[in-house]
Design a protein around this ligand. Sequence first.
Ligand SMILES: [Zn+2]
Length: 102
Amino acid sequence: MKMPKNLQRYCPYCKKHTDHTVSVNKKKNPSSLTYGSKVRARRRGRARGKGNMGRYSKPAISQFKMTGKKTSKKTDLRFQCKECKKTHIQGPGFRARKIEFK
Ligand SMILES: [Zn+2]
């Protein structure tokens, strides 16, 4: 998906619409488990005295059929105000395979 490099956007610090530079936030500190799987494991563990409900005694995920990496990822855009130089994030992200800047 193509995105404009500069956008008119509302700046919550200047409290008006100003010019913004758009950039994609790069993924930081990789982990073997994704955030979602950590959250799910924690929720499973909430069932008192039942452990993780079989999560770690299942066969490897590569032996499951309906799994795989999604081809698109949700965007994590950062908008930097050109007037106050402060950065703010987008609202809910949208799915896109690739983000390009015009
Ligand atoms: Zn601003």
